[in-house]
Design a protein around this ligand. Structure first.
Ligand code: SF4
Length: 696
C-alpha cells in the first residue's frame, strides 16, 4: 500500500525472469522503480514469486553500462578473467564504437567469407529483437550461424517435438493442471524455477490431483507427491522405457488412440521388450514395483499432464529422453484434451518467442527450414536478397569453431556464454581467440570482459515489445524507464549495425518490426499487431484475426504431414562419463529460487543476493560423514576439465554419491566442470551432470 501511495506513476508490463510470463505493475517514483506488484495477467492472476517481486533493482545498479566501451590498445584478453576487467576498456563515442564494430565484421567477411562470422542472440529480448537479430546475421553477415541459449535448455525438446508432432511448443498451458487428475513431473523443479506455475500445481494437488515426481533429487514439490522415483542420474531412458514396457505388459495402452492418431507403435513395442521394470530397476536405483505403480497411475488417469525441463533435456541423450516422454503420452492417449498433454517448461521469459522468431541456425521464423527451397524462396522474397541454404553453427559448435580458428568474428546480444556454456576453460579460451567480439549488454559480463567492443543496451523495463511465454501466450511488455546515460534500445543498436553492414533498414519501432515478422510466421497469421495491442495477450496459433485463443492443441490431428504423431524408439545411451575411483561423485548443476541463470541480474539485486550470497555445493549426510567433512567447509571441486572452490551445504534432497551446484556464481562457475558432449540431434550439451571429486 505504501509503494502505491508513494509512486508517482505505474506501468503495466511483464516479469523479466522466467517463462511463466507473469503480469506485473511497476511502481515508479522519480524515475526509479520502487516496487513491483502482481498484475491480473492470464499466467499469474496477481501472483508473483520472490524474483518477480523483489528482483527489479538490478535496473538501477551502479554497474549498469551507460557508455560504449572499446578495448584499450594492447590490453590483452585474459581467459582467466582475473585482474581489473574494467581497466582493459576505455569509454568511446557511439560513432567510434559502432565504426569499430562494423569494420571488424566487414573485414572478416571480406577476408574469410560469411561463415567466419556468427551471432548469439538473446532469450530475454523481445520477439522483435530476436527477429531483427537473426535477420541481421542471415542478411548482414550472410550465413545461418545464429543461435541462442535455447541450445543449452530445450533444444532437445524442440527436436523431439518437431519430429513427433510437428510443433515445438507446449500442447496445453500450465493452468490446465486445474483440470487434470495426475501431473507427471520429470527433471524439473518448478518450485525454484517456475514458482507461480508450481503454485498452480499445489492448488490442484490440494483439490485431489496426484503428483508423480521422476527426479534424481527431491524437489520443492516432492513433499506433495504421491510418488517420487529418485532414480540414478542418467538412467532416464532405462526408467522411461521400463514405464513404456509396463504399458504393453499390463495392457495399459490406449489402442484406439494409438491406431487413430499415431504411427510407429510396433517399433516402440519391439524396442522396449527387454526393458522390463524388473530388469531396469537395478540400473535406475528404484524398485520395479514403483515403476509399475507410477505407470498405472499415469495411464489409468482420466486426464494426465506431463511437464519436464533441464533434467530431461541437458544430456547427450536429451532428444531420446523427450522421445520417450512423448511415447508415454501418446500410448496412453493423454493428449488433445484439457488437462492432458506435453509441456516442456520454458526457462527464460522469451526463449519460446526467440526460437519461434528464428533465432536458431537451422530454421527461419516459425521453424521453416533453411534447407527447404520453398522456405528459402519465401524469405529471399521477403528480405530482398539471396540467402544461404546451409544450416549454421549451434552455440557450442561456435565455440569449437572459434577454437579451431574457423570462426573469427562474433556478435553477442545479452548472452553470457563465458558462464553458461559447458567446459568454460575451453569456452573462454575460444572467445579469447576470436579476432573480433562485439557484445551488446547491460553489464560488463564475464563474456563482455573478453570483447573488443561493448555496446550499452536496454534492460527489460526500458523497452517495448512482445514476449511469448511457456504457454504460447504472446504478451506485450511496456517501457517503464529510459535506458541510463547513452545506453540505447536493442532494436536501435541492431538497426545501426545493419545499416553499417549495408542493409537499408529503417524501422520506426517494435510495432513496425512485428508487422513485418507476423505475416512470415503462420502461427501468428491471425494475430496482427492491432489484435495484440488491443488484447495485450493472445495465445498462438491463430489462423485468422477472429480465431479465438487455442490453449489446447492436437484435438483432432498433429502438425505432421500424415496428421499422426510419430513415435520414435530410444536405445539405452552409453554413459559418456561414468563415476570411477578418480572422480567418484556425480555433480548435478541447476538453479536456485533466488538466482537467475548466470547471475548477471539477480546477483545485482539486493534482496535476492542476500538470500543466496555465495556458491555452495549440496552434499548428502552420508558422504559428509564418510569423508570426515564439515558443513560450511570450503572444498575444491575438481572434474576432468576444471576446478572451483565453494562451501559445502548439507542437502536432504540428494542421493548419496550425488552433489548439486547452481551455475549462477562467477566466483565458482559450475560450468568450469561440465562437459561439452553434444546430443546428435539437438546439439544440446550434456550440461546436467559430470563426474567430479572433492579435494580439501
Ligand atoms: Fe517472474 Fe517467473 Fe516468478 Fe512469475 S514465476 S514472478 S515470471 S520469475
Amino acid at each position: 500500500a505504501s509503494a502505491r501511495q508513494e509512486a508517482d506513476r505505474s506501468v503495466d508490463s511483464l516479469c523479466p525472469f522466467c517463462g511463466v510470463g507473469c503480469g506485473v505493475t511497476y511502481k515508479v517514483k522519480d524515475e526509479q522503480i520502487i516496487a513491483v506488484e502482481g498484475r491480473n495477467g492470464p499466467a499469474n492472476q496477481g501472483r508473483l514469486c520472490v524474483k518477480g517481486r523483489f528482483g527489479f533493482d538490478y535496473v538501477h545498479h551502479p554497474q549498469r553500462l551507460s557508455t560504449p566501451l572499446i578495448r584499450r590498445e594492447g590490453a590483452p584478453k585474459d581467459p582467466s578473467l582475473s585482474g581489473d576487467l574494467a581497466a582493459q576498456f576505455r569509454p568511446a563515442s557511439w560513432e567510434e564504437a559502432l565504426a569499430l564494430a562494423v569494420s571488424g565484421f566487414t573485414r572478416i567477411k571480406q577476408e574469410s567469407g560469411p561463415k567466419a562470422l556468427a551471432g548469439l542472440g538473446c532469450a530475454k529480448g523481445s520477439n522483435e529483437e530476436a527477429y531483427l537479430f537473426q535477420k541481421l546475421v542471415r542478411t548482414g553477415f550472410g550465413s545461418n550461424n545464429v543461435d541462442h541459449c535455447t541450445r543449452l535448455c530445450h533444444a532437445s525438446s524442440v527436436a523431439a517435438l518437431m519430429e513427433a508432432v510437428g510443433s515445438a511448443a507446449v500442447s496445453n498451458p500450465v493452468a490446465d493442471v486445474a483440470e487434470t487428475d495426475v501431473i507427471l513431473l520429470m527433471g524439473a523443479n518448478p518450485g525454484a524455477n517456475h514458482p507461480v506455475a508450481a503454485s498452480w500445481m499445489k492448488n490442484a494437488i490440494k483439490r485431489g490431483t496426484r503428483l508423480i515426481v521422476l527426479d534424481p533429487q527431491a524437489i520443492d514439490l516432492t513433499r506433495h507427491a504421491a510418488h517420487h522415483l529418485q532414480f540414478v542420474p542418467g538412467a532416464d531412458i532405462a526408467l522411461l522405457n521400463a514405464m513404456i514396457h509396463t504399458l504393453f505388459d499390463e495392457d495399459l495402452v490406449d489402442w484406439d488412440f494409438v491406431h487413430r492418431r499415431t504411427e510407429g507403435v510396433e517399433a516402440i513395442r519391439a524396442n522396449v521388450a527387454p526393458f522390463s521394470p524388473e530388469a531396469m530397476a537395478p540400473l535406475c536405483g528404484v524398485e520395479a514395483a514403483q515403476i509399475r505403480a507410477v505407470t498405472r497411475l499415469y495411464a489409468k488417469a482420466g486426464r494426465a499432464m506431463m511437464f519436464w525441463a533441464m533434467g530431461v533435456t541437458q544430456h547427450a541423450h536429451g532428444t531420446d529422453n523427450v522421445r520417450c516422454l512423448i511415447s508415454l503420452c501418446m500410448l496412453t492417449g493423454q493428449i488433445g484434451r484439457p488437462g492432458t498433454g506435453l509441456h516442456p517448461l520454458r526457462g527464460q521469459n522469451n526463449v519460446q518467442g526467440a526460437s519461434d522468431a528464428g533465432l536458431i541456425p537451422m530454421c527461419y521464423p516459425d521453424y521453416q527450414k533453411v534447407s527447404e527451397s520453398a522456405a528459402q524462396a519465401k524469405f529471399e522474397a521477403a528480405w530482398g536478397m539471396a540467402l544461404d541454404a546451409e544450416p549454421g553453427l549451434t552455440t557450442v559448435e561456435m565455440m569449437q569453431a572459434a577454437s579451431d580458428g574457423a570462426l573469427k568474428g562474433l556478435m553477442i546480444m545479452g548472452e553470457n556464454p563465458a558462464m553458461s556454456d559447458p567446459d568454460l576453460n575451453h569456452t573462454r579460451a575460444a572467445l579469447t581467440q576470436l579476432e573480433h567480439l562485439v557484445v551488446q549488454d547491460i553489464f560488463l559480463t564475464e563474456t563482455a570482459a573478453l570483447a573488443d567492443v561493448i555496446l550499452p543496451a536496454s534492460a527489460f523495463a526500458e523497452k517495448d515489445g512482445s514476449f511469448t511465454n511457456t504457454d504460447r501466450l504472446v504478451q506485450l511488455g511496456r517501457q517503464v524507464l529510459a535506458p541510463p546515460g547513452e545506453a540505447r534500445q536493442d532494436w536501435q543498436l541492431l538497426q545501426i549495425l545493419a545499416q553499417g553492414l549495408g542493409l537499408d533498414w529503417d524501422y520506426q519501432g517494435p510495432a513496425e518490426i512485428y508487422t513485418e515478422m507476423q505475416p512470415l510466421m503462420p502461427s501468428l497469421s491471425g494475430i496482427p499487431y492491432a489484435r495484440l495491442a488491443e488484447a495485450r495477450a493472445v495465445t498462438y496459433p491463430a489462423a485468422d484475426p477472429h480465431t479465438p485463443d487455442q490453449p489446447v492443441l492436437f484435438t483432432e490431428r498433429f502438425n505432421t504431414p500424415s496428421g499422426k504423431a510419430r513415435l520414435v524408439p530410444a536405445p539405452l545411451p552409453v554413459s559418456l562419463e561414468p563415476c570411477d575411483d578418480d572422480y567418484p561423485f556425480t555433480l548435478i548443476t541447476g538453479r536456485q529460487l533466488a538466482h537467475w541463470h548466470t547471475g548477471t541480474m539477480t546477483r545485482r539485486s539486493r534482496v535476492l543476493d542476500a538470500i543466496e550470497p555465495e556458491p555452495v555445493v549440496g552434499i548428502h549426510r552420508e558422504d559428509l560423514d564418510r569423508l570426515g567433512l564439515e558443513v560450511d567447509q570450503r572444498i575444491t571441486l575438481v572434474s576432468r576439465r576444471g576446478q572451483l572452490q565453494a562451501r559445502l551445504r548439507l542437502s536432504n534432497r540428494l542421493r548419496s554419491g550425488d552433489l548439486f551446484m547452481p551455475f549462477s556464481f562467477h566466483e565458482a562457475a559450475a560450468n568450469l566442470l561440465t562437459r561439452d558432449d553434444l546430443d546428435p540431434s539437438a546439439k544440446i550439451a550434456a550440461l546436467k551432470t559430470c563426474a567430479v571429486k572433492i579435494r580439501l
